[in-house]
Each structure stands twice: as structure tokens, then as C-alpha cells.
Design a protein around this ligand. Structure first.
Ligand SMILES: [Zn+2]
Length: 214
């Protein structure tokens, strides 16, 4: 049997120092590109197309669009809030809303994740306010991710999915409806089903249940 497929391969275009919006200090960065390769027996053989590029902070591992390199002065705190940070917050809230009711546990999980990943800590009250705002906008997760998906790099997409999984698992088990929704999210963001399986494994395996950013 011949096993073939495609895979995104990362390579570094450039390295240097930049003002990291997340660390809020000068840090080393790597400007990486992701190229889609045709794989044979899981080995990348032929480069097919460039999927995108991103700038990765070597300290916090936050990832940003390349434009961040143009910006060297003091940025305002929100200006460069990385896209994934916004996307993960929004997706988690949509995930919470998916089953109709929000329980305390879910709220605490979401708060914990936001405060772990982001640089804009939220209180439970602020989170409740944000939930109301999202409810009010009444936007389907598909519509939302279609808008932000293209701005996310591989790392960002992975984090969005991991966060959604953690919210789904907050009530003790991930039910089929929730899996369906996560599969839908993955499809919209063009995360392959194999990659998604890997992410699910990583999150649900008891040994790695604690949340890791990498
Ligand atoms: Zn950083």
C-alpha cells in the first residue's frame, strides 16, 4: 500500500529582534513560512504551495502577522493583541454557548485559559459581559472562523482548537455534539483530520491534561 498525503512544513526565513506585543519588550523572533508538501510515507517530497508565514517570538512563542516587524515603537496594548488570542476567546465563548446553557465550571475554565494565554486578564464579571456581547451578536462559529481563519497561522489554529476542546471537556466529558462542532471548526480553518486527531489525543491523554502552549 502506498501512503501519501500533504503536510505543512515550517522553515525560517529570517531571524532578528523585534518588539513583542505579548512580552511588551524587545525579544528575538523567527520569521517562518509554512509550505505545503506532498508526502510519501509521511516524508515531505515535493513543495506544493506556500500556506503562509508568521513571526514567532522566541520568548513567549506568541505568533503574529509579519506586519508586527514594521512596528518598533511602543505599541498600545490592544493594537497588536495577536489574532489567535481574540479568536480563541471568541471560539471558547461560542463553544460554551453551543449547548444552550453555561455552567460555572465552563466559565471558570474559559477564564483560566484566557488568563493563561492572553495578556489581558479578565475577571468573571468581564467574561460574563463578553458572553452577553457574543450572545447579542448571535454569530455562528462558522461565520466567525471564516473571517478570522485566514489570519491565523498553524500555531494559532492549534491553540483555538485546544481551547475549544478544553471548554468541551470542562463538564467531565466531551460529547459527540461537541466533537462535531470541533470538527467543523477544524474544517473551516483547514486543519486536516489527521492533525485534528493528533490535537485531540494531546488534549485528552491523561499525562498531558495540563494545558501546554506548545
Ligand atoms: Zn513574546
Amino acid at each position: 500500500m502506498i501512503i501519501f498525503g500533504t503536510r505543512g512544513v515550517k522553515s525560517t526565513l529570517k531571524e532578528g529582534t523585534f518588539h513583542c506585543p505579548q512580552c511588551a519588550t524587545q525579544q528575538n523572533y523567527k520569521h517562518k513560512k509554512v509550505t505545503k508538501f506532498f508526502t510519501l510515507y509521511f516524508i515531505p517530497i515535493i513543495p506544493l504551495e506556500r500556506l503562509g508565514d508568521f513571526v514567532e517570538c522566541q520568548s513567549c512563542r506568541g505568533t503574529f502577522i509579519a506586519k508586527v516587524l514594521d512596528y518598533q515603537k511602543q505599541p498600545s496594548a490592544d493594537q497588536f493583541l495577536s489574532e489567535y488570542e481574540k479568536a480563541m476567546k471568541h471560539s471558547m465563548v461560542l463553544m460554551m454557548l453551543a449547548d444552550g446553557e453555561i455552567d460555572e465550571n465552563e466559565m471558570l475554565t474559559v477564564q483560566k485559559i484566557i488568563n493563561k494565554f492572553g495578556h489581558n486578564d479578565v475577571t468573571l464579571d468581564e467574561l460574563e459581559e463578553y458572553v452577553e456581547e457574543v450572545k447579542h451578536r448571535n454569530e455562528d462559529i462558522t461565520t466567525y472562523l471564516k473571517k478570522v481563519g485566514p489570519a491565523l497561522n498553524e500555531h494559532g489554529k492549534e491553540i483555538v482548537i485546544k481551547c475549544a476542546l478544553s471548554v468541551a471537556a470542562a463538564d467531565g466529558n466531551i460529547d459527540p455534539e461537541e466533537i462535531k462542532m470541533i470538527e467543523k471548526m477544524a474544517r473551516i480553518m483547514e486543519v486536516s483530520s489527521t492533525h485534528l486527531k493528533g490535537i485531540i489525543m494531546e488534549v485528552t491523554q491523561p499525562a498531558t491534561q495540563t494545558f501546554s502552549q506548545n
